[in-house]
Design a protein around this ligand. Structure first.
Ligand SMILES: C[S@@+](CC[C@H](N)C(=O)[O-])C[C@H]1O[C@@H](n2cnc3c(N)ncnc32)[C@H](O)[C@@H]1O
Length: 499
């Protein structure tokens, strides 16, 4: 299980677990732990038994889950599973699941562990209810036992794939035509059963996998490989349409990901978003699509976008990491103790320079926002000019507003002219909205009572340096107006929740 700074910001496994503490808590892990010459406790990830025990112990410690897996079955490594769940949470925050009492999901191919449904229920505090579908009889039996072992029968319905069936979703859902779901997810069998489990390494430059490979051929292989499997889900989604609001799947190989994107293009599915799950040496891809016009998946800021934008053309290495700053919240001996207080303070600062901030997700220890600017309002000269402009605008009778339209009419100009002007303004506004001067992501999080602010440049003519300038503006503001001097009421700041 490798650790990676590109993991989802909320992924608790971005930081390597402390094995010494873990072995003390779970002495059975001691059987496979290694103590190096410096006395440091380590685990050999290339040993499948170590992976097995580690996943079991972490599931118990971090999620209160008790999982039994017979030898030979796929061991669910947690950083990847959690990256997928966090991405679904982000999708949910963007499409309004927070307003729902219950979110309903389907996991296609839940495996013997039934890992995704179990994690989904725990992570959502039992708000997500899952249907888990599995084709292999033995895995189905073990998955059901894992659900019962964790008293999750109310929240997880494990269903067999239709015996001898030819579809992935259609036949399992055909007996309940009124059943609707908020999402489906899938970790498909990646490999083609005609070829078997052969990690792709076409260039010969790929590093050895850092983890032992686990799982049976039945779990990992399917006829035609993952592209055929996922293509079938896409084809079935064209029939099921809105019965599932957001379709998602993970993809094991970059080449398959490219093929799937081509397929979306070919069949005119445009409401899509994609992501990449990074965990140490292993990278996976993911796509989501929807037929519901109210769900605008392409508005989601994803890690893939963030990374691509940070990559210079043709360069392999990331050029810029997000800039991060530890916010000083200690004033006269006492610490500001609420993330909400820091968030409100920060939103107040950004609001003072007219930046649009949309909260994408909010947890007790982290807030993720999208920041949009339509002009530079943060650098000194620009701010001065903006102030002057605002005063001028107030006096400017020619500035097009409702009254301008009225005066056109009153002056005898034809209604047609008024409508044209209105249309031009609407068009330029929508161009401005879809092509902002700066699009960035803000991540505010709390670690051990310290607050960290990270800004990621995503897009826009403002360029990457603009996030440094905005951070500089925030730092200057914090210096001149310490947090506890400012009391910003919840409703005074203009942050909107993603709708
Ligand atoms: C790569 S494993 C994923 C298991 C588990 N979700 C995980 O992430 O650890 C793929 C699973 O899909 C199941 N599967 C393959 N074809 C299927 C189908 N047509 N319908 C349902 N499950 C299927 C396999 O038996 C296997 O358990």
């Amino acid at each position: 299980m490798a650790v990676n700074e590109l993991m989802h910001p909320r992924n608790r496994y971005r930081e390597r677990p402390n094995f010494q503490e873990l072995v003390q808590q779970f002495p059975e892990l001691g059987q496979v732990a290694i103590v190096d010459v410096g006395g440091k406790v380590k685990l050999d990830y290339k040993n499948s038994q170590s992976l097995h025990l580690l996943s079991k112990c972490l599931l118990q410690r971090d999620f209160g889950l008790n999982l039994e897996l017979p030898p030979g079955k796929l061991v669910p490594t947690l950083p990847l599973r959690l990256n997928y769940i966090h991405w679904l949470e982000d999708i949910g925050a963007a499409v309004g699941w927070q307003e729902k009492e219950t979110v309903r999901g389907i996991d296609i191919g839940c495996g013997a562990s039934c890992i995704y449904p179990l994690l989904a229920v725990v992570q959502s505090n039992q708000r997500w209810h899952m249907v888990a579908i599995e084709k292999a009889e033995e895995s189905l039996r073990i998955a059901k036992a894992n659900v019962v072992r964790n008293s999750m029968e109310t929240f997880i319905d494990v269903r067999p794939q239709v015996a001898g069936g030819l579809t992935i979703l259609l036949e399992v859902l055909q007996n309940s035509p009124n059943e609707r779901f908020d999402f489906c997810m899938c970790n498909p069998p990646f490999y083609d059963s005609a070829i078997g489990v052969k990690p792709q390494n076409r260039t010969g430059k790929r590093r050895e996998p850092s983890n032992a490979s686990t799982g049976s051929v039945e779990e990992l292989c399917t006829e035609g490989g993952e592209v055929k499997f996922i293509s079938q889900i896409i084809q079935e989604s064209l029939q099921l349409k809105d019965r599932i609001a957001v379709y998602t799947t993970m993809i094991g190989h970059k080449s398959s990901y490219n093929e799937i994107l081509r397929e979306f293009n070919h069949i005119y599915i445009r409401n899509i978003t994609a992501n990449r799950f990074c965990q140490g040496n292993t990278t996976r891809w993911a796509v989501a699509w929807s037929f519901d016009d109210r769900i605008q998946l392409n508005r989601l800021a994803t890690h893939l976008e963030l990374e691509e934008e940070c990559r210079a053309p043709g360069k392999k290495k990331l050029l810029k990491k997000p800039i991060e700053w530890k916010i000083s919240t200690e004033q006269e001996g006492h610490k500001v103790s609420s993330l909400c207080q820091v968030k409100q303070y920060l939103l107040g600062i950004l609001d003072s320079i007219a930046l649009n901030v949309r909260i994408l997700s909010e947890k007790s220890d982290e807030v993720l926002c999208e920041l949009i600017a339509h002009q530079n309002t943060w650098s000194h000269q620009r701010r001065k000019r903006r102030c002057k402009q605002t005063t001028e605008d107030k006096n400017d009778k020619q500035f097009p507003n409702e009254n301008t339209f009225k005066s056109y009419d009153e002056n005898g100009n034809p209604e047609e002219k008024r409508q044209k002007l209105e249309a031009t303004l609407t068009q330029s506004e929508s161009r401005r909205q879809s092509n902002p001067y700066l699009k960035a992501a803000i991540n505010l999080n709390r670690k051990n009572n310290d607050y960290f602010l990270a800004l990621h440049y995503i897009d826009g003519a403002a360029g990457k340096d603009s996030v440094n300038q905005i951070l500089q503006f925030i730092q200057n503001s914090v210096r001149t107006k310490p947090i506890d001097e400012i009391c910003v009421e919840e409703n005074q700041v203009k942050a909107t929740f993603a709708d």
